[in-house]
Write a protein that binds this ligand. Structure first.
Ligand SMILES: [Zn+2]
Length: 214
């Protein structure tokens, strides 16, 4: 993130604090499109990200504000009951926090920088593309292995980063991780997780440069 954008972001943060706004004041209303449910404030950035995934046009996805998810800011998964149905009836949800706590500041999610948010959503939506390549049993096995094996987590997250990059969201993938890693006031456990399990921004950059050469 360049200096100008960092300053703009810090200004937005302090402006939000000055106005006494609280993230819970947002996200009371959802927009239902054909088969997607999206918090009103996040419709532009999510639709812009979904444009990179035309293969999911017909797949039902709910984007749901849920402040109960732990040690993650977003997570994507099939709706549990839909795993009991036929594969082509599967539906998904992407849960996300209403805000990011940076030190004492509470930043409502839709006020985060757009390219970082697109990278964040692009990665989560990449998980859905990954799930779509699996049958229901394979997804359940993935869920179990994900709990017990850190190596499996790293392999899965790398594969999903590659899906996002392959869908034209490489720059946004870098913007997301650089944004997070440039916030030293985020919880250390979260920063460690970003460093340890995802493809580092420098590696994404190498892939993009390699692609430009061809
Ligand atoms: Zn992931």
């Amino acid at each position: 993130m360049n200096l100008f954008r960092s300053c703009l972001f810090l200004f937005l943060v302090s402006f939000t604090q000055m106005m006494g706004q609280n993230a819970s004041e947002y996200y009371k209303n959802y927009t239902d499109t054909l088969n997607k449910r999206i918090p009103n404030e996040l419709v532009p950035v999510i639709l812009k990200t979904l444009e990179h995934y035309p293969e999911l046009d017909t797949i039902p996805i709910d984007f749901v504000i849920d402040d109960g998810i732990h040690n993650s800011f977003m997570q994507a998964k099939p709706k549990p009951l839909s795993l009991l149905k036929k594969r082509n009836k599967r539906t998904y949800q992407v849960q996300l926090m209403s805000s990011l706590m940076i030190g004492d500041s509470v930043i409502p999610t839709h006020l985060l920088p757009e390219d970082a948010l697109m990278g964040w959503f692009g990665h989560e939506i990449g998980h859905l593309v990954d799930y779509e390549s699996m049958d229901n049993i394979e997804i359940m096995i993935l869920g179990i292995r994900y709990i017990f094996s850190k190596n499996y987590v790293i392999r899965t997250e790398k594969r999903v980063d590659l899906i996002a990059i392959g869908h034209g969201l490489g720059k946004e993938n870098i913007a997301w991780k650089e944004f997070v890693l440039n916030q030293p006031l985020l919880p250390k456990a979260y920063l460690d997780k970003i460093r340890q399990i995802y493809m580092p921004p420098s590696e994404v950059d190498e892939i993009l440069k390699g692609r430009d050469k061809n």
